[in-house]
Write a protein that binds this ligand. Structure first.
Ligand code: NI
Length: 187
C-alpha cells in the first residue's frame, strides 16, 4: 500500500546494507497469481524480509507484499507509521484473516499502481493469524488504517489488487487510464 501523502518525504542518500528490489507494476502476471506458502524459516528468509522493508521505505510505502517484487511467496511487511514507531513494523508470513467486523470506505493506493487512488470498502477491524520469520505463530489485530493495510497486503498474496474491489465501471475507467499512460510511456 502506498503512503497517503503524494509528496514523498525527502530521504537522504544513506547506504543501506539490504538490497532494494524493483517493484513490479500492474498488469504484471505475478500480481494476479496466488503465492506459495513459506515452509522454510531460514536466515535467508529473515534477510529477505529486511530487503522488503528497505524496498517498501524506498518506494514510500506503508505495506509491501512479496509478489510485488516478483517473489510469489506468502510474505508481507507493513509499517503504517512509516518508520515513526518501531513497534508498528509487522512481518506476516502465511497470514490468514481469522476474524473481521464492520465496514470502512477509504481511499487506497498501491505501489504496483502508482498514482492511482480509489475508495475501497473494507472491514473496519480484522484479526490475522500469521507466522514470524522464525516460523512462530502469532495474532495481530488492526482497525482503521492498519485494518486496511492488513487486508490490502493479504489480498496481494492471493493475487488480488484493490482494483478487484471496485465496481466494474470504476475498474474499467482505471484500466483505460492505465492503458493511456502505457501508450504515452508514463507507466
Ligand atoms: Ni498494494
Amino acid at each position: 500500500m502506498s503512503a497517503k501523502t503524494t509528496n514523498p518525504k525527502t530521504t537522504t542518500a544513506t547506504v543501506t546494507p539490504h538490497k532494494i528490489h524493483e517493484v513490479v507494476k500492474y498488469p504484471d502476471p505475478v500480481l494476479a497469481k496466488p503465492s506459495e506458502k513459506v515452509t522454510e524459516f531460514t536466515p535467508e528468509l529473515a534477510e529477505f524480509v529486511e530487503e522488503m522493508f528497505e524496498t517498501m521505505y524506498a518506494a514510500q510505502g506503508i505495506g509491501l507484499a512479496a509478489p510485488q517484487i516478483a517473489v510469489s511467496k506468502q510474505i508481507t511487511v507493513i509499517d503504517v507509521s512509516f518508520k515513526e514507531r518501531p513497534e508498528d513494523k509487522i512481518v506476516l508470513i502465511n497470514p490468514e484473516i481469522i476474524d473481521r467486523t464492520g465496514k470502512q470506505i477509504e481511499e487506497e493506493g498501491c505501489l504496483s499502481l502508482p498514482d492511482i487512488r480509489e475508495k475501497v470498502a473494507r472491514a473496519s477491524w480484522v484479526k490475522v493469524r500469521a507466522q514470524n520469520v522464525k516460523g512462530e505463530f502469532f495474532e495481530v489485530e488492526g482497525e482503521e488504517l492498519l485494518s486496511r493495510a492488513l487486508q490490502h497486503e493479504i489480498d496481494h498474496l492471493h493475487g488480488i489488487l484493490f482494483l478487484d474491489h471496485l465496481s466494474l465501471l470504476k475498474r474499467d475507467l482505471v484500466k483505460r487510464r492505465i492503458k493511456k499512460l502505457q501508450k504515452n510511456g508514463e507507466w
